[in-house]
Design a protein around this ligand. Sequence first.
Ligand code: ATP
Length: 149
Amino acid sequence: MAPMKLEIVTAERLVYSEDVDVLVAPGIEGELGILPRHAPLLTVLQPGEIRVSKDGKETYMTVSGGFIEVMSNTVTILADTAERVEDIDAERAEAAFKRAQERISSAVSEMDLQRAMASLKRSQARIGVVTRRRRQQRGERPTQQPPTQ
Ligand code: ATP
């Protein structure tokens, strides 16, 4: 099947722009699997992992939320933040994860809690794709994706 165009952009930069064969993205209601010639779609993304398959090779990225639009065989992700796996600082993500856990246990308001939970999800996604990539580099089979909600 002919590929589709995927563009991932944030307010600051173009993160990814390639022709791809398969895209899996964290839709607000669960994982979205998109193949070429998908029907038009506009929906919200939650923090999570993006998986792209191109010429039989899988690539991982993260997104912290935003919108996904599918139109005329082109997928556009307008992300709050997005990173390719090679740009993720794993130590920073681990530190953010621990910080978020502490903030969750000491949250004094619903807003505090929501913010800490969102931070936890962002850091989990970043840690998740780094772990997946390390496994891929070791030649291990990919494990089942954890549920996104
Ligand atoms: P958190 O709220 O999870 O502690 P943060 O506030 O440091 O993280 P974000 O608000 O999620 O970061 O993102 C701010 C910017 O930093 C974005 O451009 C994002 O791509 C980048 N960023 C955040 N964490 C990482 C990371 N672990 N590695 C690389 N870039 C990151």
